[in-house]
Design a binder for this molecule. Sequence first.
Ligand SMILES: [Zn+2]
Length: 664
Amino acid sequence: MVKNRWDENQSLVFQDVLSQRVYSSRLLGSDPSLVLHGGGNTSAKSTRINLHGNKEDILYIKGSGWDLSTIEAPGFAAVRLDPLKKARDLSTLSDPDMVNLLRTELTDFTMPTPSVEALLHAFIPEIFVDHTHADAVLTLTNQPNGEEIIKTLYETRIGIVPYVMPGFALAKLCAEIYDKSPGIEGLILLKHGVFSFGKTAKESYERMINLVNRAETFIDDVKTKTKSQAHRSKSKLGTSSSLSSIYAELSRRGFQSVLHLEDDDQTLEFVNRSDVSEISQRGPVTPDHVIRTKRIPLVLKTTQDSFDIEFSKKLDEYRDAYQVYFNAHSTQTDLPLTMLDPFPRLILIPGLGLVTVGKTKKEATIAADIYQRSMGVILNAEIIGKYDALPQQDIFDVEYWVLEQAKLNKAKSSTPFLGKTILVTGGSRGIGKAVCQSYAAHSTQVFNLDLQPPNQNNSQVHYIEADVSDEVSISNAFDEAVKRTGKIDIVIINAGIFPESQSIKDLSSELWQKSLNINLNGAFYTARAAAKWLSQNPRGGDIIFVASKNVPAPGKKAAAYSVMKAAQTQLARVLALESGSNKIRVNIVHPNMIFDTDIWSDEIIVERAKAYQMTPEAYKKNNCLNLPLSSQDVADVILALTSGAFSKSTGLQIPIDGGNERVI
Ligand SMILES: [Zn+2]
């Protein structure tokens, strides 16, 4: 059942019409069984005094690009209501003309573009209007006899609207049905969603909850009478190897993606059904999902041995079917259309789960969230009767609707790191931390492999506990990253220690061994795992070793450190020789005097400065360029090295030291 989240005390904080609108919109947005990821929209009608001192009616309507769960007052566009209402007299209104009308009647040109369903809200003469794509209502309307079920269930409480694509025609139809049905609490749009309305935010919200719960109760009653046989077992398919194969095949076909896996009980119950190839192929539960999920998922029934061959075959079939779908439906529109990519966003694998595909992790996660709700709707719909979706043409019209495509284009950004998976060892502190944070700002998936978690949590960086000196630990950490994204693109071998200074004659075997384990064996285990996974990535990738100035210019009393870093450099050079044919670049940076790392405490800086008879300030800038260095400087070079600008360079050794006389 959907919970009524209205809190009288909390709602009192929100006094005026717009604040009340914000409050109840967030309540709707916080329930994923009602709306998901920017779905649904809400409005309220009010008045304002214009520049001439005259009162005019306005419509506050959700701006496109805002999410109901987090919406704030600026997320609502205030549009003059009268010109919108007048549009109802028109016999037709094209989409571009509709958007133009909505934008030109904004009371402030900086406001967001009103929702594509704004006219529908304007034509319904109620103060508050709420719209969701509630799962329970979709379960009932997506039935061959959906209209009949709705009629018996709600009687005269609601108006029933047959499916029409959102826009002017749907707005007019809803208004006509509203006019003919006095006293209704809402409208149910078959195979699309539900509208509720009321004099107050509370009335409209509670009507929405009650309407949805009527459907919930009906579904629950039928469900208690039927016992379903659920198969939730997992097969022997390897998760990281399966995801890696999917990513690699898509990449070879020119589609660069990030993957996401869901394998909870409900997902397994769905993908393991013997009729999954049938019930999953009927179409989305509400049409606007199509831009995130494509019309249908790809179903892959296979064993580990034939995984690659089967997936490739299924991708061919999917591509051919998409071409047929495009050819059949694109001719129905007057505008010349360009076919979108023919790759699935949802892959259902019995025994493994649901793998979703996106250009970024966010896209893949949105597709997963949407389909997880959809699986629930389809399963329930099959229990009630038969899951039935809209005809292909209706879905196609929404998929290729300019207004929907605009939503996606808005989200596009260009960065050379878009969607890349990056592993950094020792990312909790110092240079590693700066590297993690710098990559995280670029729509990437960054994994920090470290023994200790970072002091402050950065939600953009995923921490995996790992010990570089333990080969199993490193191998597991790589496996985990592949399970979460399908691939690895960039590895930064950074973890290391700076053992206490000792001349060789006094150097203990323990200290030597410790440095060997972490600084050299750790680099080897990481490099080996990186080479293994990057060679499975058809795009290849980058491996960066964070070595040290001590390699070209060793210092006294630092043998345990310098020797391991020199060996690490040699390891990198050999790896560069071996990996070029797999498009893997291996480059080395040699930082020096990076004072904001753990190695350099204030005391050590003072002590070292004294040894050179310098002030700490002068000591920090003791290089040719007279510039102090920081972890961020190293991160900037590493990002530049992996940005594509150095795509034809491998085996480089780049000092980051402000210019050191001994190195130059
Ligand atoms: Zn809708």
